[in-house]
Write a protein that binds this ligand. Structure first.
Ligand SMILES: NC(=O)C1=CN([C@@H]2O[C@H](COP(=O)(O)OP(=O)(O)OC[C@H]3O[C@@H](n4cnc5c(N)ncnc54)[C@H](OP(=O)(O)O)[C@@H]3O)[C@@H](O)[C@H]2O)C=CC1
Ligand SMILES: O=C(O)[C@@H]1CCC=N1
Length: 266
């Protein structure tokens, strides 16, 4: 089964590199890319064929669309004449609904919507997938196979996609923001930057491993760190005073709302 990736930016290249790492035959992969220098870079790095969007759409069994939501309408209009019944179109774009894609592609083309995230680069991705209206089990299984090469995959109803985008799609950015803030705090407290960075990164990795390996609720794990009258309790009190929990809720509502706006083309 051949797969084309149209839009080889951050997320498109993440998908491409994951498929190559997972052992997909490079001669079964192709990329649609309009900038010649970027095309050369991808050809050299992965040995993959870089072709026009129309050629990619005409030749591939599965066409993954990884352009910005704002470019999706133009790309669909461009490739629609080359698509045919029996093909699978997979969109990784925030906001764009399967109904929007289905309204642009020929009858009989199956559509699956995916929300991936960048930890896929290190095979620790989290992807949520939702079927369009003409999808069967084989299409979902094909997308699970594509995305499980770079991490976990969860099937969800499409109505949850905007919330999922706000949580796991954008999620890595929030975590990096917390890490960046803790490193800066360490520097303020007088630690060398390299020391602060090593302390924070390993603390994050260790905490993530505890969450996954123990399966305990984060409240339980947090309470284990919080000695009565101790340092952690003092820090957590400040986070509550500064309404960090409320800020996280507001931030993720904003991301969910932005995903909805992207669906409307703004
Ligand atoms: N980054 C992330 O963490 C995540 C991104 N996504 C989704 O992935 C999609 C891409 O995002 P991201 O990778 O961050 O963005 P990028 O801007 O890095 O990638 C978009 C790519 O699409 C290319 N492109 C634009 N127009 C066309 C076209 N007509 N034909 C072929 N290629 C085209 C761009 O090329 P050029 O630069 O030359 O314009 C660019 O390489 C978005 O829809 C986003 O919602 C989903 C989850 C996570
Ligand atoms: O910021 C964005 O719009 C994309 C979608 C989820 C993560 N990055």
């Amino acid at each position: 089964m051949s797969t084309a990736i149209i839009g080889a930016g951050v997320m498109g290249e993440t998908l491409l590199s994951g498929l190559v790492r997972a052992g997909r035959r490079v001669d079964q992969l192709m990329v649609g890319e309009k900038r010649p220098e970027r095309a050369r870079e991808l050809e050299e790095r992965y040995g993959v064929a870089v072709v026009s969007n129309r050629e990619a759409a005409a030749k591939a069994d599965t066409v993954a669309l990884v352009v910005k939501p704002q470019d999706m309408g133009d790309v669909l209009t461009e490739i629609a004449p080359d698509l045919r019944a029996g093909q699978l179109v997979v969109s990784l774009a925030a906001g764009i609904t399967t109904a929007f894609i289905e309204s642009h592609v020929p009858e009989g083309v199956a559509v699956v919507r995916v929300m991936p995230n960048t930890p896929a680069l290190v095979d620790e991705g989290m992807a949520a997938i939702s079927p369009g209206s003409h999808c069967d089990e084989s299409h979902l299984a094909e997308v699970e196979s594509l995305m499980s090469s770079t991490g976990k995959v969860l099937r969800i109803p499409e109505k949850q996609m905007d919330a999922v985008t706000a949580i796991s799609g954008s999620g890595p950015a929030y975590i990096f923001f917390v890490v960046e803030s803790m490193i800066e705090a360490g520097v303020h407290l007088g630690l060398p930057r390299t020391t602060a960075t090593e302390l924070v990164v390993q603390t994050l990795v260790g905490s993530a491993a505890m969450l996954r390996e123990t399966g305990d609720h984060p409240v339980v794990l947090r309470e284990q760190v919080t000695s009565p009258g101790g340092t952690t309790a003092s820090a957590l009190r400040e986070l509550e005073v500064h309404r960090v929990r409320a800020a996280f809720l507001a931030a993720m509502e904003a991301a969910r709302n932005r995903s909805r706006e992207l669906a409307e083309g703004s």
